[in-house]
Each structure stands twice: as C-alpha cells, then as structure tokens.
Design a protein around this ligand. Structure first.
Ligand code: SAH
Length: 242
C-alpha cells in the first residue's frame, strides 16, 4: 500500500484532475514531501480506491491526475458495533484509532450512570479525524462510523444478531448476574453489538435492563481491564484474521 490520502469530495468520472486541499494537502506537501510524478492512492470512505499521480505541488494544495478506480473492501463479514462509555482526552482518540484498525463497524459513545461526560461536537470532529488518519494507515476504504452519544437505554434498543454487555463479576457482587465466558464471542457474520462500561462499571440496574432487552452479560477474565483494553480485546476476539 502506497501513500494514501482522503478525499472529502470524490473525483467525477469526466474530470481526470482533482485538487487536494486542507489537512490532506498539508500532509502530502509537508510530511510526505510529495513531488510531481509520485503515485498515490485516494479514498473517500465509500469503498472506492483511486490510483492517482501528483501533477503539481503548490503551497497549500496539490493537483492530482486520477488514473483509475476500483472497489476494494477490507471490511470483515461481521458488522461489529461497540457502545463504549469513552474515557477522557487522548485515551478516547487512541482507542478509536485502534478500533478502526481492527475493523469495527461503528462506535456509539455511551452515557451511563457511573460514566464521565461523553464527547461534545468539537471532540466528535477530532474523533472523526482520527478515523480518517487510521484508515489512511491501515487501508480501510470504509470509514468506521462514530455515532452521536446516546444513553445506554437508547443503545439497548438497537437490534443485533448477537448482543453482549461486558460486566466483570466481582467477589462481592450479590446481584446474582450470571455472565457467559469469552468463548461465547464466536459470531462470524451478520451484526453484533457489545456494550463496554465506564471506569466505575455498569450498575446492577443497567445490567439487568440490558438482560431484559435480550443482551447477554459477558465476562472477559479474572482481571479488570481498562475501558480501551476491554474494547480492543472484544474487537480482536471477534475480528482478528477476518
Ligand atoms: N470497576 C468496574 C470495572 C470497570 S472496567 C467494575 O468492577 O465493574 C470498564 C468496563 O470494561 C467495564 O464496565 C466492562 O464493560 C469492561 N470490563 C473490564 N474488565 C472486564 C472483565 N474482566 N469482564 C467483563 N468486562 C470487563
């Protein structure tokens, strides 16, 4: 895979030249030091990949000649949606990039009883930019979607072929919740949803509500994982090698 750049606007079939501007042009000019003649790849998040060549590099934008296009899917057969009570700051940005690489279909930031505030509009913009960055690097031509934040209750209404809520069983837990083991995470296609809680965990009431809605509590092992580790671990369990 060569240098890849993201297009906000797709090239039209009858105009073989396009102008790259903004952050992507800055990356090509300043970081990659692109020169006329260099071959590059372009994608717009729709699944299409364009082969192109640099024609002209200016201060703030670049002219590219589009040579051909192809639909290239690097998506797994399973559409995995993760509802995550996202951690703060750089940790949320970091985990979003990793979930793009692993092939997660979409992330829903979750508002939960014990959680911290979920990203506001400005932060959502930064997270979506992170999706583009990770997609450039890993070769995904479909952008992982980041939905608007919603409450756990609203997330639980979404329909999936399989749905789990990650909840560690602690010794002092007297709620009687029975979790299945990670071996249950074995669906290969269709849709799956998994809810990952905040540092403070899901409340017993939240887990009960999920169970009533048909979500199965799942236990990831005898150690407590941080939010981002839990999210990456379930994504890897379901998507690695696919
Ligand atoms: N203190 C919390 C743990 C929070 S860890 C508690 O005891 O419930 C953050 C989230 O990661 C959890 O809400 C859960 O969704 C997931 N998680 C972390 N470790 C887990 C484990 N061993 N089993 C299941 N889920 C886990």
């Amino acid at each position: 895979m060569g240098q890849r750049y993201f297009l906000e606007q797709s090239p039209s079939a009858d105009a073989p030249e396009i102008i790259l501007s903004g952050a992507e042009a800055q990356h090509l000019i300043k970081v990659m030091r692109g020169k006329p003649g260099t071959a590059v790849e372009l994608f717009d998040g729709s699944g299409v990949e364009w082969e192109a060549r640099i024609l002209d590099v200016r201060r703030n934008d670049v002219t590219l000649e589009v040579l051909g296009s192809e639909m290239v899917s690097r998506e797994p057969a399973l559409q995995l949606t993760l509802g995550i009570a996202l951690p703060k700051g750089d940790r949320q940005k970091w985990v979003i990039g990793k979930l793009v690489e692993l092939g997660v279909y979409q992330v829903v930031p979750l508002v939960t009883e014990n959680g911290v505030a979920q990203p506001v509009e400005k932060a959502m913009g930064r997270l979506r930019r992170q999706v583009v960055e990770a997609s450039k690097q890993c070769g995904r031509n479909h952008l992982m979607r980041i939905c608007e934040p919603c409450t756990l209750s609203v997330f639980l209404e979404q329909q999936f072929h399989q749905a789990w809520i990650a909840h560690p069983l602690s010794a002092e837990d007297v709620s009687g919740i029975q979790s299945t083991t990670v071996a249950a995470l074995n669906i290969e296609s269709g849709t799956a949803g998994i809810a990952i809680g905040p540092e403070g965990g899901f409340s017993v009431a939240e887990v009960s509500k999920a169970m009533t809605a048909g979500w199965e509590p799942i236990e990831l092992g005898s150690r407590i994982l941080r939010i981002e580790t839990a999210a990456m671990a379930v994504a890897a369990q379901l998507l690695l090698g696919r």
